[in-house]
Design a protein around this ligand. Sequence first.
Ligand SMILES: Nc1ncnc2c1ncn2[C@@H]1O[C@H](COP(=O)(O)OP(=O)(O)OP(=O)(O)O)[C@@H](O)[C@H]1O
Length: 251
Amino acid sequence: MIRAEHIVKSFDGRVVLDDISVEFETGKTNLIIGRSGSGKTVLLKTLVGLHEPDSGDVWYDEVNFSKLGFRERKSIRKDIGMIFQGGALLDSSTVVENVKLPLDLFTSQSEREKMERVNFCLQRVRLDGANELYPAELSGGMIKRVAIARAIVMNPRYLFCDEPNSGLDPQTSIVIDNLIHEITQEYGITTIINTHDMNSVMEIGEKIVYIHDGRKWWEGTKDDILHADNRELNDFVFASAMAKRAKLAAQ
Ligand SMILES: Nc1ncnc2c1ncn2[C@@H]1O[C@H](COP(=O)(O)OP(=O)(O)OP(=O)(O)O)[C@@H](O)[C@H]1O
């Protein structure tokens, strides 16, 4: 579980996150949705400690992360996997080297143990025969699979994904969404995904948090979202034709 309590964050006197309290559940795929500029990325970065909130606390299960010093945060950080927009792979490293990086940096495992774990994770994301390729030789979907393999290589308890579908076609997006969802359930991870993608919401959104103008405007499940009585949320959700059809089908 990850819980934000009364998070406020401003830049140059402008409030970007305005008193956000929300709980993201263990073993669930939690989605943060909202218009461009609503504060999703700032919220995600605040949850992982890349931004410090002006006030408020972030809890990782029983630990108040916001009250920890830099060194103490390390023990939580090793339990966090991150999938950045675009994959954020090292261009001059092979697939294996990219996935192995966290093990090289943060563990004292033998090379054989590390390779066993890397191969396990690459098989888990169903990426075969690409071990020695470089990122420039991979498709967008393969890059996301490598990024997922790297994010889970340390066996994380918490997984953060910033726009995991950016740059992917709709079919590949669904495959990547489902992969993240399966891994979340399989390993009981608390997963938080930032997305604009209404397909993701309808496919894998077990808990959805809608951010509007830096405030938590609505939260619920993908089933609730079709019936929500909230104008701003409805404008966002039903901007897509697919979502409009889903609403009609649900009536
Ligand atoms: N480091 C920063 N300094 C100043 N302002 C910032 C900074 N980071 C974000 N902002 C501002 O905070 C607001 C929220 O930005 P954020 O990136 O969280 O939006 P978002 O919902 O993730 O948008 P998108 O979906 O387009 O990525 C924006 O107005 C942005 O300009």
